[in-house]
Design a binder for this molecule. Sequence first.
Ligand code: 2AL
Length: 176
Amino acid sequence: MKMDIASINALPYEDFVNIFGNVVEKCPIVTAAVWSRRPFGNLAALEAAINDFIDALPESGKEGILRCHPDLAGRDLQSGTLTQESREEQAGAGMDALNSAEASRMARLNEEYKERFGFPFVICARMNDKSNILRQLSERCRNEREAERARGIAEVKKICRLRLQGLVLTDAPNKL
Ligand code: 2AL
């Protein structure tokens, strides 16, 4: 059930982290840190506080956030150990229904990317489809490390925005 911003602002940190702890994949420390910035005027303010925290991290911290993300169509998907959010996002982009040629291409490119950069390829799956994801993965393998770190973090923020939108009521309540 989505919550309104006043109810969110009233949450003790334990509940806040339980509810919002995975808006950045497997990085509840981001949510736990941002609790101190209450009260939030609206969803955009909550999102901005999260983005500010991420932007203030050293480059090693940003890479750490990327490394918390599961590969697309990777080991966690195969073994059923994805987070619920990630599972839904990956299924929506068809990552759980690749044919064998696509699956081996995806696995090869994911490994190539990780070998080159030391962190995984991250893209907002809900804003892309299967062919788009494969194309971008192969294109982004050719980028420089710094550009990819920034691009990956930009994708993390898009994923975060969509996850937040699934948890926070954005419309004003209908009062007559
Ligand atoms: C993911 C994920 O789990 N959800 C999403 O949108 N992208 N992972 C990834 N490596 O890009």
